[in-house]
Design a protein around this ligand. Structure first.
Ligand code: C5P
Length: 401
């Protein structure tokens, strides 16, 4: 998302300036072309040379330090910028932005740019609470700028409070979301996508459960790919993988919980992707105390869980339903059967006996089956790439391409 994007980081003077170094490293790692402009007070905290080395470009400090005669530096930088991040944003710079004051390189460039602006305030708690700061931030929001809320935690003043700069990783995520919002042509813009992921856990007693090998990776990659294509995403997950940003994440454990969470979203969904490995059975009795070891064998009676995908297949109106089939043999035959039996619009089949495919791998190799269409083979590649291919195929079918 940040690949080859021109990002200018405006660093203003507060103790959190040192964190801007990490932010710039992360932006560069994500593929962005980064320029840095600093206020005079920011340079009191960290030398411009640090930022110059990180960004591999001289830092912009002075409006009248015109190094290239053919350009006016602040206008050139303002026009070059595709995303402006003000981090840390002091109360002073926020006030200048809110009133249109342009008296240094940072404020002048920020006034001149038309790029989306991400403001990341960091300041003393009382400065943050001051009605003047609040009113200025409100104005910036009305101007269409994105303002991140500071974190609460240990402040440089030596006490707990609100005012800390959010973690650089979160700033990068917010920057990506902002760029997504400003990307005009995204094929899933306005589309609601619901994805299930992970292996459900069926309780036997408070410490034991039945589950399966599914890691949730394929579902997570699909949810992220849908987000990156502009969709509004809900991820219903039974997995503990790191929470992806920019979507609604609902944590569940059992198949019944997953069914309930999915059903509450089903009616308004446009595309549903059942990537979860839903347990087919659950214990009839779930003991509320730990089952004791006994001399003989233990029998656990299992009852059938609902087939969530098949249930949706019966209920669907305009929803496009995508299911998965994890098989070790007769791939095509079973997938075609599932397509019909579950009334799905697409079944993505993978041979889980293959070394590069299936559970807990980062890669997958799949065949996409759709009614009245030739199967599509997707050769081994990263699950994130497979996820894009699956959604692109769905988009083609939905739009009749
Ligand atoms: O029939 P099978 O379990 O192989 O089908 C797999 C597909 O059905 C997957 O998309 C899975 O998420 C879904 N499924 C379901 N409810 C179940 C079992 C599987 O929705 N109880």
């Amino acid at each position: 998302m940040l690949e080859n994007k021109n990002v200018t980081v405006f660093v203003t003077g507060g103790i959190a300036v040192y964190k801007a170094c990490d932010l710039i490293r992360r932006l560069i790692k994500a593929g962005a072309n980064v320029r840095v402009a600093m206020t005079k007070s920011a340079t009191q905290f960290v030398q411009p040379l640090t930022f110059q080395v990180l960004a591999k470009h001289p830092v912009y400090l002075d409006t009248f330090d015109e190094k290239e005669a053919q350009y006016v530096a602040h206008i050139h930088l303002a026009d070059w910028t595709e995303l402006a991040i003000v981090a840390p944003a002091t109360a002073n710079t926020i006030a200048k932005m809110a009133t249109g004051i342009a008296d240094d390189m940072v404020s002048t460039t920020l006034l001149a740019t038309t790029a989306p602006r991400l403001i990341v305030p960091a300041m003393n708690e009382h400065m943050w609470e001051n009605p003047a700061t609040k009113a200025n931030l409100q104005k910036l929001k009305e101007y269409g700028y994105t303002v991140m809320d500071p974190d609460t935690g240990f402040l440089a003043e030596g006490y707990e409070g609100k005012g800390r700069l959010p973690e650089p990783s979160r700033i990068v995520e917010e920057a990506m979301l902002l760029l997504l919002q400003h990307t005009a042509e995204l094929p899933l813009r306005g589309t609601r996508v619901v994805v299930s992921a992970g292996g459900t856990k069926e309780r036997i007693d408070p410490v034991r459960y039945l589950t399966n090998q599914s890691s949730g990776k394929m579902g997570y990659r699909i949810a992220e790919a849908a987000r990156d294509l502009g969709a509004t995403v809900t991820l219903v997950t039974a997995s503990n993988l790191e929470r992806p940003f920019g979507m609604d994440v609902v944590g569940v454990s059992s198949a019944l919980e997953m069914q309930e969470a999915l059903m509450s979203k089903f009616e308004t969904a446009d595309i549903v992707v059942m990537a979860a490995a839903v347990s087919d059975f659950r214990p009839v009795n779930q003991s509320d105390h730990k089952i004791k070891k006994t001399a003989g064998n233990l029998e656990i009676e299992l009852e059938k869980n609902p087939d969530i995908l098949a249930g949706m297949g019966q209920m669907k109106k305009n929803q496009f339903l995508i299911g998965f089939a994890a098989e070790t043999d007769h791939l095509e035959e079973y997938a075609q059967d599932k397509l019909k039996r579950k009334n799905a619009d697409m079944i993505v089949a993978n041979d889980v006996s293959k070394p590069q495919a299936g559970f807990d791998k980062d890669t997958n190799e799949v065949i996409i089956f759709q009614p009245n269409k030739e199967p599509i083979h997707i050769d081994t590649k990263l699950k994130s790439e497979v996820a894009k291919d699956i959604l692109q195929e769905a988009i083609k079918t939905i739009t009749n391409l």
